[in-house]
Design a binder for this molecule. Structure first.
Ligand SMILES: Nc1ncnc2c1ncn2[C@@H]1O[C@H](COP(=O)(O)OP(=O)(O)O)[C@@H](O)[C@H]1O
Ligand SMILES: [Mg+2]
Length: 410
């Protein structure tokens, strides 16, 4: 098995996800799912494996929603994926062909298109497509929209938030009307970044609260070690220290498969047998390389678009937590109060006597996978690896030897 950081992983080469996938199928029996995780945590890899290995009574149809930028396109691409799944001859396929004709749609060189403004409204097309799928597909289909929030964000920018609200309401209505319909949304960005109304109190009324939200965790340590070892062997880098190297890689990278793949790919570039020392040097280099091969800068650069006027405070929080480790709300409040002048926007927004605005920001940063909370309620970096990178960037040196593990596994 070769290292392919960021590539498509063959289902049989997906390591450590079988129990989670079994659990996801079981949940899907009863309701739709929202799979969330930091980018590169392995969401697409999981759903591609589900697509390749259906169960007896549920199968998965995949659609990459990242490229969708209007509701009509969502219908077109979904119909396209369903058509691909149904194949050429079944009765269900005939249903789709008939439906497409009834909607005035065309098929040119295998690409399905709706007629645009002249045809039925996208809402009707969506209702008929998903309603028909629920009624006709045998076995039942779980429709997976990968990175759906990206599509919603593009739709919101192009057509306004009201269209997104409409779309989500229609989807919820469809889930309620058609008991057999199963939708799975995956996303690295949360819906709260798409609909500002979901930022604060609106969260509990979220238009997806009938679906089960599942956070995809990194690999468990034994699985991460197994992945590292399989890759080391697959790349022909096996030596006396291979097991120790694999353990080191798995531990230092918090079990995140993507970085594990990167480190073994780099080991393979060098062609020397894997050792813990060699792995440690590669990791150290990746964390300080100005070319940022792991794109860690993204954690910092997206703060502005995620938190707008509160971005400076979010950065200050992360700086403080990088330096001091997990802290309670009160301590964080104090640290921010010391850092920002009382007449600054940040101080006015977050440092007053009321700690509620700060608590809300912390919750958002948890939902965005920056932070976790430990058993004592203290907030800290969700991933020690990211804390380590943040510290290096600030010139704070490596993690202290007694640094606690990640602040919180959800
Ligand atoms: N279970 C796994 N086994 C092996 N490699 C994995 C696994 N999960 C993820 N990877 C690696 O991480 C990369 C990113 O995973 P991906 O599924 O694309 O993440 P996401 O969809 O969450 O952004 C993959 O290209 C692959 O290199
Ligand atoms: Mg993905």
């Amino acid at each position: 098995m070769k290292a392919v950081p960021g590539g498509i992983i063959a289902p049989e080469h997906v390591v450590g996800r079988d129990p989670l996938i079994a659990r996801l199928w079981s949940m899907l029996d009863g309701q739709g799912l929202v799979l969330t995780a930091e980018r590169r945590m392995g969401k697409t890899t999981i759903i591609r494996k589900m697509m390749a290995e259906p169960t007896a009574d549920l199968c998965a149809v995949y659609m990459d929603a990242e490229r969708v930028s209007s509701p009509a396109e969502l219908v077109e691409r979904t119909a396209q994926s369903i058509g691909g799944h149904l194949g050429g001859s079944s009765q269900a396929k005939r249903w789709l062909v008939d439906l497409w004709a009834a909607l005035g749609g065309t098929e040119v060189a295998g690409v399905l298109k709706l007629p645009g403004a002249k045809g039925v409204p996208w809402k009707t097309a969506l209702e008929r497509l998903l309603g028909g799928l629920a009624a006709n597909a045998e076995p039942r289909v779980a429709l997976i929209w990968d990175e759906f929030p990206w599509a919603l964000q593009k739709i919101a920018r192009a057509e306004g938030e009201a269209v997104v609200v409409d779309l989500l309401d229609i989807l919820r209505g469809l889930r309620q009307t058609h008991a057999r319909l199963r939708l799975v949304f995956t996303g690295s960005i949360g819906l709260h970044h798409v609909l500002t109304s979901l930022q604060d109190d609106g969260w509990v009324h979220s238009p997806i609260n009938d679906m089960r939200t599942v956070e995809i965790p990194p690999l468990a340590q034994p699985d991460a070690t197994e992945l590292a070892l399989l890759l080391v062997r697959g790349e022909g880098l096996d030596g006396a220290d291979a097991s120790a190297a694999a353990e080191h890689i798995a531990r230092e990278l918090d079990g995140i498969a993507y970085y594990i793949q990167h480190v073994v790919a780099k080991l393979a570039d060098g062609g020397q047998a894997a050792t813990p020392d060699l792995a440690a040097r590669i990791i150290q280099h990746a964390l300080t390389d100005p070319n940022d091969p792991w794109q860690l800068e993204h954690y910092r650069s997206r703060l502005a678009s995620y938190y707008g006027p509160k971005a400076a405070a979010a950065r200050a929080l992360l700086d403080t937590l990088a330096e001091r480790g997990p802290l309670a709300l009160g301590d964080l409040h104090e640290a921010l109060t010391l850092q920002f002048r009382p007449d600054s926007d940040t101080a006015r927004a977050l440092c007053g006597p009321d700690r509620e605005p700060l608590r809300r920001l912390l919750k958002l940063m948890q939902r965005d996978h920056y932070l976790g909370q430990d058993a004592d309620g203290r907030f800290g970096f969700r991933f020690p690896l990211i804390r380590r990178w943040w510290r290096l960037d600030l010139g704070l040196g490596p993690l202290p030897a007694d640094a606690p593990a990640g602040a919180g596994q959800p």
